[in-house]
Design a protein around this ligand. Structure first.
Ligand SMILES: NC(=O)c1ccc[n+]([C@@H]2O[C@H](COP(=O)([O-])OP(=O)(O)OC[C@H]3O[C@@H](n4cnc5c(N)ncnc54)[C@H](OP(=O)(O)O)[C@@H]3O)[C@@H](O)[C@H]2O)c1
Length: 474
């Protein structure tokens, strides 16, 4: 032991009060001066929140409980002055100062002291009208509403430009993952080649549960609802609508694509069964609901579909309610983002980040330079779905009799589709010796030809019911 080190037990610091005062008094003086300066000169930014539900409560928690953090980030006092909701009587998970809750929305729209409005009521109307009213009254807007942005982006962004205001919407895609910020700023030096993303946490949770083989689709949906991941009506999560809306927002930022979300081909996860996970595993894949934007010389390919993803692809390892985005740019190469795409605080984190950026003027810079949802701006050509090229996984329930394979391969061959692999196992149900499950994977084929071939295959009397088709990606 170093002899100069005093024994901790007997150690008495040699304190000289005069020295201590000399050290501390200037710091104390600076501290008091800075507090007084802030109290007198620091501007107070008042903001209003519309929709005191799950996410609204999270935003209020951050803004009230971490006001110091927000003040430090902005250099200003940020006051959540008004929270508007249809219901201002139900107790929420946070104590609010009196007078903050209000139901008179008009008084908030027209309050000149409110500088930023946060829209968190969700859906299209009256959210659209609220956002327009805020912009008309000279307020900047922050929203987490992907449906609103995907549906009315052109109208809302035109209004924001007209009134010299901004709209920030980081939380609308992948909740807490700062993917829109990355696309708008740090990745701007790139021409993007592709975005492959898991953007719907509910469907990813359902697929993850089914993967084990013990949970049916129906039970997985129920579990997702019990855990608060899925809505009472989870249709828009499982049929791919939510993912397509988010994909069109990513495509607008990453590729200058002005595309109506309704025109993007989508398949949901409703027709996937436990056996598909078994066959996918046997082939070396996992099944994910992928949102894909891929640039080629013919334009941008956009689609959302359940996809067999190679087991060693990082997207294959994204489980439960997590989201992930893989972006490939010409300079940066491949970058991967992963995190919670939903939930109260992860989503609120993105919203408060947008509030801070709006106050600091960062939003105004990207808003002006990116010029999003402007129909006057040239948009990348969107590739016709029939012209997509890709590999597929096809599951058939077929008559278990000689010649069936010959018939199926004949139809595929007529459309120029070549088979890459085939699996048929002994039926598990020994009493059913009439039908069998047949799995085929194809080499790259033109989408239009594949859809025609599937249509013809479903007419064959040896093929029972619909053919289940998933995309295959390496
Ligand atoms: N939940 C997530 O994890 C998540 C993640 C990312 C983005 N988002 C987005 O965030 C937004 C809010 O989602 P949320 O989960 O917080 O929804 P939520 O829990 O349903 O909250 C919405 C709130 O707005 C209120 N409201 C509805 N219409 C209103 C009106 N006309 N005037 C005033 N208040 C009204 C609702 O009241 P009632 O309940 O009485 O109708 C409810 O309290 C949505 O756009 C959603 O897509 C959510």
């Amino acid at each position: 032991m170093n002899q100069r080190q005093p024994n901790a037990k007997n150690y008495r610091p040699n304190v000289n009060i005069a020295d201590l005062c000399c050290d501390w008094i200037p710091d104390l003086f600076l501290f008091i001066r800075s507090v007084c300066f802030k109290l007198v000169f620091m501007e107070k930014i008042k903001i209003a929140l519309f929709g005191f539900g799950t996410i609204g409560t999270g935003v209020a928690k951050i803004l009230f409980n971490h006001a110091d953090r927000v003040a430090q980030a902005t250099g200003q006092t940020v006051e959540l002055a008004r929270i508007c909701d249809k219901d201002i009587t139900t107790r929420r998970d946070i104590e609010l100062p009196s007078g903050v809750l209000c139901s008179n929305l008009e008084s908030v729209f027209s309050d000149p002291e409110i500088k930023i409005g946060i829209e968190l009521i969700g859906g299209l109307e009256p959210a659209r009208t609220f956002v327009l009213r805020l912009l008309e009254h000279g307020k900047d807007v922050v929203t987490a509403n992907k449906a609103l942005i995907a549906q009315h982006g052109n109208e809302l962004f035109a209004a924001a430009r007209q009134f010299g205001r901004t709209i920030a919407f980081e939380a609308a895609v992948c909740g807490g993952i700062p993917i829109l910020s990355a696309l708008s700023t740090a990745l701007q030096a790139n021409t993007l080649q592709s975005i492959n993303a898991i953007v719907n946490g509910t469907s990813n949770y359902i697929l993850s549960q089914m993967e084990g083989g013990k949970t049916s689709y129906r039970d997985a949906v129920l579990q997702a609802q019990q855990l608060g991941y899925a809505e009472a009506n989870p249709a828009m999560d499982v049929d791919g609508t939510d993912a397509v809306q988010k994909l069109t927002i990513l495509a607008q930022l990453g590729f200058d694509a002005d595309v109506a979300w309704q025109s993007v081909p989508r398949m949901g996860i409703e027709s996937i069964e436990s056996i598909d996970f078994r066959y996918a595993k046997e082939l070396g894949y996992r099944i994910k609901l992928l949102a894909v934007a891929e640039r080629s010389s013919e334009g941008l390919e956009l689609h959302v579909s359940p996809t067999l993803v190679k087991a060693d692809n990082p997207l294959a390892g994204v489980r439960d309610a997590f989201n992930a985005v893989k972006v490939v740019g010409d300079s940066v190469g491949s970058v991967f983002f992963q995190g919670l795409g939903a939930g109260q605080l992860p989503t609120a984190s993105a919203i408060v980040g947008d509030v801070i950026d709006t106050i600091l003027g960062r939003t105004a810079i990207t808003f002006r330079t990116l010029n999003l949802w402007n129909s006057d701006k040239p948009s990348i050509a969107i590739k016709s779905p029939n012209e997509f090229f890709g590999k597929s996984y096809l599951r058939f329930s077929v008559q278990d009799q000689p010649g069936v394979m010959h018939e199926i391969s004949g139809v595929l061959g007529n459309w120029g589709i070549s088979i890459a692999s085939m699996i048929q196992h002994e039926p598990e149900n020994k009493t059913d010796n009439k039908s069998a499950v047949l799995i085929l994977t194809t080499h790259e084929a033109r989408e239009g030809d594949l859809l025609e071939a599937i249509n013809q295959l479903e007419q064959l009397h040896t093929v029972h019911g619909n053919v289940v088709r998933l995309r295959v990606q390496n």
